[in-house]
Design a protein around this ligand. Structure first.
Ligand code: CP3
Length: 385
Protein backbone atom coordinates (compact mmCIF):
# COMPACT_ATOMS: atom_id res chain seq x y z
CA UNK A 1 0.00 0.00 0.00
CA UNK A 2 1.21 3.51 -0.77
CA UNK A 3 -0.19 6.55 1.03
CA UNK A 4 -1.05 9.61 -1.01
CA UNK A 5 0.75 12.79 -0.08
CA UNK A 6 -0.97 14.64 2.81
CA UNK A 7 -1.63 17.58 0.46
CA UNK A 8 -3.58 15.36 -1.99
CA UNK A 9 -7.25 16.48 -2.13
CA UNK A 10 -8.42 13.09 -0.77
CA UNK A 11 -5.93 13.00 2.11
CA UNK A 12 -6.35 16.69 2.93
CA UNK A 13 -10.11 16.25 3.43
CA UNK A 14 -11.19 18.31 0.44
CA UNK A 15 -12.81 15.61 -1.71
CA UNK A 16 -13.03 12.48 0.50
CA UNK A 17 -16.52 13.45 1.68
CA UNK A 18 -17.80 14.47 -1.77
CA UNK A 19 -20.96 12.83 -3.16
CA UNK A 20 -18.93 11.42 -6.04
CA UNK A 21 -16.20 9.73 -4.00
CA UNK A 22 -18.70 8.40 -1.44
CA UNK A 23 -20.87 6.98 -4.21
CA UNK A 24 -17.95 5.22 -5.88
CA UNK A 25 -17.22 3.73 -2.45
CA UNK A 26 -20.74 2.33 -2.30
CA UNK A 27 -22.44 4.78 0.05
CA UNK A 28 -25.86 5.85 -1.20
CA UNK A 29 -26.18 9.65 -1.40
CA UNK A 30 -29.38 11.59 -0.85
CA UNK A 31 -28.49 13.71 -3.89
CA UNK A 32 -27.22 11.66 -6.84
CA UNK A 33 -23.91 13.01 -8.17
CA UNK A 34 -23.64 13.70 -11.90
CA UNK A 35 -20.94 14.30 -14.51
CA UNK A 36 -20.80 13.60 -18.25
CA UNK A 37 -18.29 11.68 -20.31
CA UNK A 38 -16.86 14.16 -22.86
CA UNK A 39 -18.29 17.07 -20.86
CA UNK A 40 -15.19 19.00 -21.91
CA UNK A 41 -15.15 19.44 -25.65
CA UNK A 42 -16.93 20.56 -28.74
CA UNK A 43 -20.39 21.03 -27.21
CA UNK A 44 -18.96 24.11 -25.43
CA UNK A 45 -18.42 27.38 -27.39
CA UNK A 46 -15.71 28.39 -24.90
CA UNK A 47 -13.86 25.15 -25.75
CA UNK A 48 -14.15 25.67 -29.51
CA UNK A 49 -12.82 29.20 -29.09
CA UNK A 50 -9.82 28.10 -27.04
CA UNK A 51 -8.90 25.29 -29.43
CA UNK A 52 -8.76 27.42 -32.61
CA UNK A 53 -5.46 26.73 -34.39
CA UNK A 54 -4.32 24.23 -31.74
CA UNK A 55 -4.00 20.54 -32.47
CA UNK A 56 -5.77 18.18 -30.06
CA UNK A 57 -2.65 16.46 -28.71
CA UNK A 58 -0.80 19.78 -28.41
CA UNK A 59 -3.72 21.06 -26.32
CA UNK A 60 -3.52 17.96 -24.11
CA UNK A 61 0.18 18.60 -23.42
CA UNK A 62 -0.23 22.31 -22.67
CA UNK A 63 -0.88 22.33 -18.89
CA UNK A 64 -2.63 25.73 -18.72
CA UNK A 65 -4.89 24.86 -21.64
CA UNK A 66 -5.68 21.32 -20.47
CA UNK A 67 -6.54 22.68 -17.04
CA UNK A 68 -8.76 25.47 -18.37
CA UNK A 69 -10.64 23.06 -20.66
CA UNK A 70 -11.15 20.66 -17.75
CA UNK A 71 -12.62 23.45 -15.62
CA UNK A 72 -14.98 24.89 -18.27
CA UNK A 73 -17.81 22.33 -17.91
CA UNK A 74 -17.52 22.34 -14.10
CA UNK A 75 -18.07 26.11 -14.01
CA UNK A 76 -20.83 26.06 -16.58
CA UNK A 77 -22.88 23.03 -15.52
CA UNK A 78 -22.17 22.66 -11.79
CA UNK A 79 -21.34 18.97 -12.26
CA UNK A 80 -20.00 16.92 -9.32
CA UNK A 81 -16.62 16.20 -10.91
CA UNK A 82 -14.13 17.38 -13.46
CA UNK A 83 -12.80 14.78 -15.90
CA UNK A 84 -9.23 15.51 -16.82
CA UNK A 85 -8.92 16.87 -20.36
CA UNK A 86 -6.56 14.55 -22.18
CA UNK A 87 -6.93 11.52 -24.42
CA UNK A 88 -6.38 7.79 -24.20
CA UNK A 89 -3.57 8.05 -26.78
CA UNK A 90 -1.60 10.69 -24.83
CA UNK A 91 0.55 8.11 -22.96
CA UNK A 92 1.30 6.42 -26.32
CA UNK A 93 2.51 9.74 -27.68
CA UNK A 94 4.62 10.25 -24.55
CA UNK A 95 6.08 6.77 -25.17
CA UNK A 96 7.22 7.92 -28.61
CA UNK A 97 4.47 6.38 -30.75
CA UNK A 98 3.68 8.48 -33.84
CA UNK A 99 -0.02 9.32 -33.44
CA UNK A 100 -2.31 12.19 -34.34
CA UNK A 101 -5.94 12.85 -33.55
CA UNK A 102 -7.82 13.82 -36.69
CA UNK A 103 -10.89 16.00 -36.13
CA UNK A 104 -14.10 14.08 -36.72
CA UNK A 105 -12.18 10.82 -37.04
CA UNK A 106 -10.09 10.04 -33.98
CA UNK A 107 -6.59 8.66 -33.34
CA UNK A 108 -4.54 7.74 -36.42
CA UNK A 109 -1.17 5.96 -36.22
CA UNK A 110 1.70 6.33 -38.67
CA UNK A 111 2.60 2.67 -38.33
CA UNK A 112 0.04 -0.01 -37.35
CA UNK A 113 1.19 -2.76 -34.97
CA UNK A 114 0.46 -6.06 -36.72
CA UNK A 115 3.27 -8.50 -35.93
CA UNK A 116 5.50 -9.63 -33.08
CA UNK A 117 8.31 -7.52 -34.57
CA UNK A 118 6.02 -4.47 -34.43
CA UNK A 119 5.32 -5.21 -30.76
CA UNK A 120 9.04 -5.56 -30.09
CA UNK A 121 9.55 -2.10 -31.57
CA UNK A 122 7.04 -0.72 -29.06
CA UNK A 123 8.83 -2.56 -26.26
CA UNK A 124 11.97 -0.56 -27.01
CA UNK A 125 10.29 2.03 -24.82
CA UNK A 126 10.24 0.42 -21.40
CA UNK A 127 7.11 1.64 -19.58
CA UNK A 128 9.13 1.59 -16.34
CA UNK A 129 11.35 4.29 -17.83
CA UNK A 130 8.40 6.67 -18.08
CA UNK A 131 8.98 8.74 -14.99
CA UNK A 132 7.94 12.05 -13.46
CA UNK A 133 9.78 13.93 -16.20
CA UNK A 134 7.80 12.08 -18.91
CA UNK A 135 4.50 12.92 -17.27
CA UNK A 136 5.44 16.45 -16.14
CA UNK A 137 2.88 18.24 -18.39
CA UNK A 138 0.15 15.88 -17.14
CA UNK A 139 1.01 16.31 -13.46
CA UNK A 140 1.28 20.08 -13.87
CA UNK A 141 -2.15 20.26 -15.56
CA UNK A 142 -3.68 18.16 -12.76
CA UNK A 143 -2.14 20.39 -10.07
CA UNK A 144 -3.41 23.57 -11.75
CA UNK A 145 -6.86 22.00 -12.03
CA UNK A 146 -7.25 20.65 -8.50
CA UNK A 147 -6.05 23.98 -7.08
CA UNK A 148 -9.12 25.55 -8.73
CA UNK A 149 -11.56 22.69 -8.09
CA UNK A 150 -11.25 22.74 -4.29
CA UNK A 151 -13.87 20.34 -2.92
CA UNK A 152 -14.95 19.13 -6.37
CA UNK A 153 -13.09 15.93 -7.24
CA UNK A 154 -11.09 15.50 -10.43
CA UNK A 155 -11.41 12.14 -12.20
CA UNK A 156 -8.31 10.86 -13.94
CA UNK A 157 -8.61 8.33 -16.75
CA UNK A 158 -6.81 6.07 -19.16
CA UNK A 159 -7.70 3.78 -22.04
CA UNK A 160 -7.90 0.08 -21.26
CA UNK A 161 -5.36 -2.14 -23.05
CA UNK A 162 -7.89 -3.64 -25.47
CA UNK A 163 -9.23 -0.29 -26.67
CA UNK A 164 -5.70 1.03 -27.15
CA UNK A 165 -4.64 -2.17 -28.90
CA UNK A 166 -7.70 -1.92 -31.16
CA UNK A 167 -6.41 1.47 -32.36
CA UNK A 168 -2.76 0.39 -32.54
CA UNK A 169 -3.41 -2.77 -34.54
CA UNK A 170 -5.94 -1.21 -36.90
CA UNK A 171 -3.85 1.96 -37.24
CA UNK A 172 -6.93 4.08 -36.58
CA UNK A 173 -10.65 3.90 -35.83
CA UNK A 174 -12.43 0.75 -37.01
CA UNK A 175 -15.88 -0.69 -36.72
CA UNK A 176 -15.45 -4.23 -35.47
CA UNK A 177 -11.74 -4.20 -34.60
CA UNK A 178 -11.31 -7.28 -36.80
CA UNK A 179 -7.52 -7.13 -37.17
CA UNK A 180 -7.04 -6.78 -33.42
CA UNK A 181 -9.36 -9.71 -32.70
CA UNK A 182 -7.57 -11.81 -35.32
CA UNK A 183 -4.16 -11.08 -33.79
CA UNK A 184 -5.51 -12.11 -30.39
CA UNK A 185 -6.01 -15.66 -31.67
CA UNK A 186 -3.50 -15.88 -34.52
CA UNK A 187 -0.47 -14.79 -32.52
CA UNK A 188 -1.12 -15.14 -28.79
CA UNK A 189 2.45 -14.16 -27.92
CA UNK A 190 2.38 -10.90 -29.87
CA UNK A 191 -1.07 -10.22 -28.42
CA UNK A 192 -0.19 -10.82 -24.79
CA UNK A 193 3.00 -8.76 -25.07
CA UNK A 194 1.09 -5.93 -26.74
CA UNK A 195 -1.55 -6.04 -24.00
CA UNK A 196 1.04 -6.07 -21.22
CA UNK A 197 2.88 -3.10 -22.74
CA UNK A 198 -0.26 -1.00 -23.22
CA UNK A 199 -1.42 -1.94 -19.69
CA UNK A 200 1.80 -0.58 -18.22
CA UNK A 201 1.71 2.58 -20.36
CA UNK A 202 -1.91 3.31 -19.42
CA UNK A 203 -1.25 2.36 -15.80
CA UNK A 204 1.66 4.80 -15.57
CA UNK A 205 -0.51 7.55 -17.07
CA UNK A 206 -3.27 6.83 -14.55
CA UNK A 207 -0.85 6.79 -11.63
CA UNK A 208 0.68 10.13 -12.64
CA UNK A 209 -2.80 11.72 -12.59
CA UNK A 210 -3.77 10.27 -9.21
CA UNK A 211 -0.47 11.12 -7.53
CA UNK A 212 -0.78 14.70 -8.82
CA UNK A 213 -4.26 15.11 -7.35
CA UNK A 214 -7.05 13.15 -9.09
CA UNK A 215 -9.54 11.76 -6.53
CA UNK A 216 -10.82 8.86 -8.65
CA UNK A 217 -9.74 7.11 -11.84
CA UNK A 218 -11.72 5.66 -14.73
CA UNK A 219 -10.50 3.03 -17.15
CA UNK A 220 -12.23 3.36 -20.56
CA UNK A 221 -12.56 0.10 -22.47
CA UNK A 222 -14.75 1.73 -25.08
CA UNK A 223 -14.46 -1.04 -27.66
CA UNK A 224 -14.62 -4.10 -25.36
CA UNK A 225 -18.22 -4.61 -26.51
CA UNK A 226 -16.88 -6.24 -29.68
CA UNK A 227 -15.61 -9.18 -27.59
CA UNK A 228 -17.29 -12.36 -26.42
CA UNK A 229 -17.22 -12.95 -22.68
CA UNK A 230 -14.83 -15.88 -23.26
CA UNK A 231 -12.35 -13.78 -25.27
CA UNK A 232 -12.65 -10.91 -22.81
CA UNK A 233 -11.98 -13.14 -19.83
CA UNK A 234 -9.06 -15.00 -21.37
CA UNK A 235 -7.31 -12.44 -23.57
CA UNK A 236 -8.19 -9.02 -22.16
CA UNK A 237 -9.21 -9.02 -18.49
CA UNK A 238 -5.72 -9.92 -17.16
CA UNK A 239 -4.26 -6.87 -18.93
CA UNK A 240 -7.01 -4.58 -17.64
CA UNK A 241 -6.30 -5.87 -14.13
CA UNK A 242 -2.65 -5.12 -14.75
CA UNK A 243 -3.45 -1.53 -15.81
CA UNK A 244 -5.53 -0.98 -12.66
CA UNK A 245 -2.85 -2.55 -10.46
CA UNK A 246 -0.76 0.57 -11.12
CA UNK A 247 -3.20 2.58 -8.97
CA UNK A 248 -4.81 -0.15 -6.84
CA UNK A 249 -2.23 0.32 -4.07
CA UNK A 250 -2.88 4.03 -3.57
CA UNK A 251 -4.58 4.79 -0.26
CA UNK A 252 -5.36 7.67 2.06
CA UNK A 253 -6.37 7.98 5.68
CA UNK A 254 -10.01 9.06 5.78
CA UNK A 255 -9.88 12.60 7.13
CA UNK A 256 -12.13 14.35 9.61
CA UNK A 257 -15.15 15.93 7.90
CA UNK A 258 -14.92 19.64 7.15
CA UNK A 259 -17.19 21.47 9.64
CA UNK A 260 -20.05 22.09 7.19
CA UNK A 261 -20.29 18.48 6.01
CA UNK A 262 -22.40 16.10 8.11
CA UNK A 263 -20.58 13.08 9.48
CA UNK A 264 -20.96 10.00 7.34
CA UNK A 265 -19.61 6.50 7.55
CA UNK A 266 -16.75 7.43 5.26
CA UNK A 267 -15.52 10.11 7.62
CA UNK A 268 -13.42 9.34 10.64
CA UNK A 269 -15.37 9.65 13.86
CA UNK A 270 -12.84 8.69 16.51
CA UNK A 271 -9.82 6.52 17.08
CA UNK A 272 -7.55 5.47 14.26
CA UNK A 273 -8.38 6.82 10.84
CA UNK A 274 -9.81 4.33 8.39
CA UNK A 275 -7.76 3.74 5.28
CA UNK A 276 -9.40 3.74 1.85
CA UNK A 277 -8.20 3.19 -1.67
CA UNK A 278 -8.63 5.74 -4.45
CA UNK A 279 -11.89 4.67 -6.15
CA UNK A 280 -11.57 3.07 -9.59
CA UNK A 281 -14.31 2.96 -12.22
CA UNK A 282 -14.39 0.69 -15.26
CA UNK A 283 -16.51 1.58 -18.31
CA UNK A 284 -17.14 0.08 -21.73
CA UNK A 285 -19.65 0.39 -24.57
CA UNK A 286 -21.89 -2.54 -25.49
CA UNK A 287 -20.52 -4.46 -22.51
CA UNK A 288 -23.79 -5.70 -20.97
CA UNK A 289 -22.48 -9.27 -21.00
CA UNK A 290 -19.11 -8.27 -19.55
CA UNK A 291 -20.20 -6.18 -16.56
CA UNK A 292 -19.32 -8.73 -13.91
CA UNK A 293 -15.98 -9.56 -15.52
CA UNK A 294 -15.21 -5.85 -15.76
CA UNK A 295 -15.89 -5.43 -12.06
CA UNK A 296 -13.73 -8.42 -11.20
CA UNK A 297 -10.56 -6.97 -12.72
CA UNK A 298 -10.34 -4.73 -9.67
CA UNK A 299 -12.80 -1.87 -10.15
CA UNK A 300 -14.87 -0.34 -7.34
CA UNK A 301 -17.65 0.92 -9.61
CA UNK A 302 -18.84 -0.03 -13.09
CA UNK A 303 -19.95 2.31 -15.86
CA UNK A 304 -22.89 1.06 -17.92
CA UNK A 305 -23.69 2.13 -21.48
CA UNK A 306 -27.21 3.09 -22.59
CA UNK A 307 -28.20 -0.40 -23.75
CA UNK A 308 -28.54 -2.13 -20.36
CA UNK A 309 -31.05 -0.66 -17.87
CA UNK A 310 -29.29 0.14 -14.59
CA UNK A 311 -31.48 -2.16 -12.47
CA UNK A 312 -30.63 -5.03 -14.80
CA UNK A 313 -26.93 -4.05 -14.73
CA UNK A 314 -27.04 -3.98 -10.94
CA UNK A 315 -28.68 -7.42 -10.90
CA UNK A 316 -25.88 -8.79 -13.08
CA UNK A 317 -23.41 -7.28 -10.61
CA UNK A 318 -25.10 -9.01 -7.67
CA UNK A 319 -26.65 -5.77 -6.30
CA UNK A 320 -23.41 -4.93 -4.48
CA UNK A 321 -21.53 -2.72 -6.95
CA UNK A 322 -21.98 1.06 -7.40
CA UNK A 323 -23.02 1.86 -10.97
CA UNK A 324 -22.50 4.86 -13.24
CA UNK A 325 -24.62 5.84 -16.20
CA UNK A 326 -26.60 5.64 -18.40
CA UNK A 327 -28.71 8.35 -20.02
CA UNK A 328 -28.90 7.69 -23.76
CA UNK A 329 -26.84 10.44 -25.49
CA UNK A 330 -29.42 10.41 -28.30
CA UNK A 331 -32.02 11.71 -25.82
CA UNK A 332 -30.07 14.95 -25.29
CA UNK A 333 -31.42 16.25 -28.61
CA UNK A 334 -35.02 15.21 -27.83
CA UNK A 335 -37.57 17.69 -26.40
CA UNK A 336 -37.29 18.23 -22.63
CA UNK A 337 -40.68 16.51 -22.20
CA UNK A 338 -39.01 13.36 -23.57
CA UNK A 339 -35.58 13.76 -21.99
CA UNK A 340 -36.69 14.59 -18.42
CA UNK A 341 -38.74 11.40 -17.84
CA UNK A 342 -35.87 9.38 -19.35
CA UNK A 343 -33.42 10.88 -16.84
CA UNK A 344 -35.89 10.19 -14.01
CA UNK A 345 -36.21 6.58 -15.12
CA UNK A 346 -32.43 6.23 -15.06
CA UNK A 347 -32.34 7.73 -11.54
CA UNK A 348 -35.07 5.37 -10.33
CA UNK A 349 -33.35 2.30 -11.80
CA UNK A 350 -30.07 3.44 -10.25
CA UNK A 351 -31.65 2.97 -6.80
CA UNK A 352 -31.25 -0.75 -7.33
CA UNK A 353 -27.48 -0.44 -6.83
CA UNK A 354 -25.84 0.47 -3.50
CA UNK A 355 -24.92 3.83 -5.04
CA UNK A 356 -25.36 5.55 -8.40
CA UNK A 357 -23.46 8.27 -10.25
CA UNK A 358 -25.54 9.68 -13.08
CA UNK A 359 -23.75 9.95 -16.42
CA UNK A 360 -24.44 9.32 -20.08
CA UNK A 361 -24.25 5.87 -21.60
CA UNK A 362 -21.40 7.22 -23.76
CA UNK A 363 -19.92 10.64 -24.54
CA UNK A 364 -21.69 13.98 -25.09
CA UNK A 365 -22.40 14.34 -28.84
CA UNK A 366 -20.53 17.44 -30.16
CA UNK A 367 -23.75 19.08 -31.41
CA UNK A 368 -25.43 18.96 -27.97
CA UNK A 369 -26.92 22.22 -26.71
CA UNK A 370 -24.93 22.84 -23.50
CA UNK A 371 -27.99 24.45 -21.85
CA UNK A 372 -29.61 20.99 -21.94
CA UNK A 373 -26.70 19.50 -19.96
CA UNK A 374 -26.99 22.24 -17.32
CA UNK A 375 -30.71 21.51 -17.07
CA UNK A 376 -30.06 17.78 -16.60
CA UNK A 377 -27.66 18.59 -13.74
CA UNK A 378 -30.37 20.72 -12.08
CA UNK A 379 -32.93 17.95 -12.51
CA UNK A 380 -30.60 15.33 -11.02
CA UNK A 381 -29.62 17.51 -8.06
CA UNK A 382 -33.27 18.33 -7.33
CA UNK A 383 -34.57 14.77 -7.69
CA UNK A 384 -35.57 12.70 -4.64
CA UNK A 385 -36.96 9.15 -4.83
O1 CP3 B 1 -14.68 15.38 -21.13
C1 CP3 B 1 -14.03 14.32 -21.19
O2 CP3 B 1 -14.58 13.21 -21.23
C2 CP3 B 1 -12.51 14.41 -21.05
C3 CP3 B 1 -11.64 14.12 -22.06
C4 CP3 B 1 -11.57 12.91 -22.94
C5 CP3 B 1 -11.22 13.03 -24.31
N1 CP3 B 1 -11.01 11.79 -24.82
C6 CP3 B 1 -11.05 14.32 -25.01
C7 CP3 B 1 -11.23 14.33 -26.47
C8 CP3 B 1 -11.66 11.54 -22.66
C9 CP3 B 1 -12.05 10.88 -21.38
C10 CP3 B 1 -11.28 10.86 -23.87
C11 CP3 B 1 -11.16 9.40 -23.95
C12 CP3 B 1 -11.19 8.77 -25.25
N2 CP3 B 1 -10.53 9.13 -26.39
C13 CP3 B 1 -11.84 7.55 -25.49
C14 CP3 B 1 -12.61 6.77 -24.46
C15 CP3 B 1 -13.95 7.36 -24.25
C16 CP3 B 1 -14.93 7.15 -25.37
O3 CP3 B 1 -15.35 8.15 -25.96
O4 CP3 B 1 -15.26 5.99 -25.65
C17 CP3 B 1 -11.62 7.21 -26.84
C18 CP3 B 1 -12.18 6.02 -27.55
C19 CP3 B 1 -10.77 8.21 -27.39
C20 CP3 B 1 -10.23 8.29 -28.78
C21 CP3 B 1 -10.71 9.52 -29.42
N3 CP3 B 1 -10.16 10.77 -29.21
C22 CP3 B 1 -11.83 9.69 -30.27
C23 CP3 B 1 -12.73 8.58 -30.76
C24 CP3 B 1 -11.95 11.07 -30.56
C25 CP3 B 1 -13.03 11.77 -31.33
C26 CP3 B 1 -12.64 12.19 -32.68
C27 CP3 B 1 -13.62 13.24 -33.18
O5 CP3 B 1 -13.16 14.33 -33.56
O6 CP3 B 1 -14.82 12.98 -33.20
C28 CP3 B 1 -10.89 11.71 -29.89
C29 CP3 B 1 -10.63 13.15 -29.87
C30 CP3 B 1 -11.06 13.84 -28.63
N4 CP3 B 1 -10.72 13.43 -27.37
C31 CP3 B 1 -11.81 15.03 -28.55
C32 CP3 B 1 -11.92 15.35 -27.20
C33 CP3 B 1 -12.57 16.56 -26.60
C34 CP3 B 1 -12.35 15.82 -29.74
C35 CP3 B 1 -11.24 16.55 -30.38
C36 CP3 B 1 -11.56 17.97 -30.70
O7 CP3 B 1 -12.35 18.61 -30.01
O8 CP3 B 1 -10.93 18.47 -31.65
Amino acid sequence: MTSLDSAHPLAAGLTAASRLVRSYQGEHQEVTPVWFMRQAGRSLPEYRELRVGMRMLDACLDPAMASEITLQPVRRHGVDAGIFFSDIVVPLKLAGVAVEIQPGKGPVFERPVRTLDDVKRLEETDPASMDDATFAPIAEAVRLTTAELGETPLIGFAGAPFTLAAYLVEGGPSKDHIRARTLMHADPEAWSRLMAWTADISGAFLRAQVLAGASAAQLFDSWAGSLSLADYTEHVAPASARALSHVRDLTYAVPVAPPHVPLQASVRQDGEPAVRNVPLVHFGVGTGDLLKAMHEVGADAVGVDYRTPLDEASRRLGHVVPVQGNVDPAMLAAPWEVLAPHVETVLRRGLDAPAHVLNLGHGVPPETDPAVLTRVVELVHGWRP
